[in-house]
Design a protein around this ligand. Structure first.
Ligand SMILES: NC(=O)c1ccc[n+]([C@@H]2O[C@H](COP(=O)([O-])OP(=O)(O)OC[C@H]3O[C@@H](n4cnc5c(N)ncnc54)[C@H](OP(=O)(O)O)[C@@H]3O)[C@@H](O)[C@H]2O)c1
Length: 396
């Protein structure tokens, strides 16, 4: 029988690629849930295409329009818990919502004891301890969709072999500004930052890639997923055991090094369809390839260390990760606000890390053991970031 699939953030880059993957194997997968933010036109097209049973839209002002444009047999879920409610329905839910808004879905899916294919890294980063508790729910499974973490998941080996893992290497394309000096980076534009050399993604993660904050967030994500030895697939590694390696070709998606010196890597052309399919099919594999490397062609694989001085967001993320508690939630919230301000052209690209650093200086060790604490931390960091940005805008 076909596995049922929920797609949250269906109108975005991850969401649309998830629909492609489902279409590629219609006997194995059936979409039953679609959830989007505000793009009614695209959602209506998707409803006609995949014929889900449930649909929801975060922008409630557009629900009447949605209802008038889709078949009445499709149930529209509404209300403040709509995203969480639809995250509990399918056998496997792909969370491709952008930002902190994806948190209720991450928690609800795991607490319902279902499989979560997680692209929405921000929810795990902000609410690590709360999500860890949810992961212990019977039947709950978290399969990473972020390509680096999907790669590590594929390289871990058996439970016994995992005990011999000594380091994780997370690869980074380096983004559009790799090799640029601090002086050259002073006046880069929004268009420059959105011009990613190897990946086509939504605007927020593309800007995060340009600052290397995306890599910093992924280090925290890797620590949450594989670090603490509380879960079967976790290996007990700290932040000092996680390296970031710039690899401009984006063919090696990440690596695991074992105590005997052996390194295992996962390689494919850069496409998110492969990790999305991996999360749907695990522990089996899709029957057809996405992003298979043509080994008859010549390839270069280059690796270099990141420039931590030109891209300070990376170190800010390591620092927040080491602090733990609510610090990652503060970092991620301050980053979301700063990136939005940059995309709105209210601050310069080089001011993104400055805003985050100023916010983090006010962090006093608040805890993140409950959802309420995480929500309070997120809200406080956002207020601080907005006020830092207002000051910057009025003084320039
Ligand atoms: N794109 C990639 O290749 C990639 C790779 C690795 C990880 N990720 C992660 O995956 C997540 C999504 O990235 P993306 O690039 O796909 O972003 P994106 O293209 O901007 O899409 C974001 C999606 O989230 C929806 N959305 C926004 N706010 C929402 C809300 N409150 N409730 C429900 N849906 C909401 C948007 O809906 P509307 O369009 O209708 O507003 C859209 O469908 C991010 O966390 C990112 O870091 C992405």
């Amino acid at each position: 029988m076909a596995k049922t699939v929920g797609i949250l953030g269906s109108t975005g880059s991850i969401g649309t690629q998830t629909i492609d993957v489902v279409h590629s194997d219609p006997d194995s997968y059936r979409v039953v849930v679609l959830a989007a933010g505000s793009n009614v036109d695209q959602l209506v097209e998707q409803v006609e295409d995949v014929r889900p049973e449930f649909v929801t839209l975060a922008d409630e002002s557009k629900l009447d329009e949605l209802a008038s444009r889709i078949d009445s047999s499709v149930k529209i879920v509404s209300g403040p818990r709509a995203l969480a409610e639809v995250a509990e329905i399918a056998d496997v839910t792909i969370n491709g919502v952008v930002g902190f808004a994806g948190l209720p879905a991450t928690l609800a899916c795991l607490q319902a004891g279902k499989r979560l294919g997680l692209a929405n890294k921000e929810s795990l980063i902000a609410a690590g301890p709360v999500a860890q508790k949810a992961r212990r729910t019977q039947g709950a499974e978290l399969i990473p969709v972020d390509s680096e973490h999907a790669a590590i998941h594929q390289c871990l080996g058996t439970a016994e072999q995992r005990r011999s893992i000594s380091r994780l290497q997370i690869t980074a394309s380096g983004g559009p500004f790799r090799g640029k000096t601090i002086e050259e980076l002073a006046n880069v534009t929004v268009a420059d930052a959105l011009n990613h050399p190897t990946w086509s993604m939504g605007p927020k993660i593309t800007v995060d890639s340009s600052t290397l904050m995306n890599k910093g967030l992924e280090v925290i994500e890797a620590h949450e997923l594989f670090g603490a030895p509380a879960q079967e697939d976790q290996v007990g590694l700290g932040f000092d055991d996680i390296d970031v390696v710039v690899h401009p070709q984006s063919i090696v998606h990440s690596m695991v090094t074992f105590t005997d010196g052996s390194t295992i890597a996962q390689l494919s052309e850069p496409t998110m369809r492969l990790p999305i399919g991996y999360a749907l099919a695990f522990p089996t594999r899709l029957p057809h390839p996405f992003g298979a490397v043509d080994w008859a062609e010549a390839h270069r694989l280059d690796f270099e260390p990141p420039d931590r001085a030109a891209f300070p967001c990376l170190e800010l993320a390591f620092e927040a990760g080491r602090l733990g508690n609510c610090a990652p939630a503060w970092l991620s919230a301050a980053n979301e606000v700063a990136v939005e301000a940059f995309l709105d052209e209210r601050i310069r690209w080089s001011e993104i890390p400055q805003v985050i650093e100023m916010v983090m200086m006010s962090y006093e060790g608040s805890r993140a053991d409950t959802l309420e604490e995480v929500l309070a931390g997120d809200a406080q960091a956002r207020r601080l970031a907005e006020s830092v940005i207002r000051e910057k805008v009025t003084t320039c």
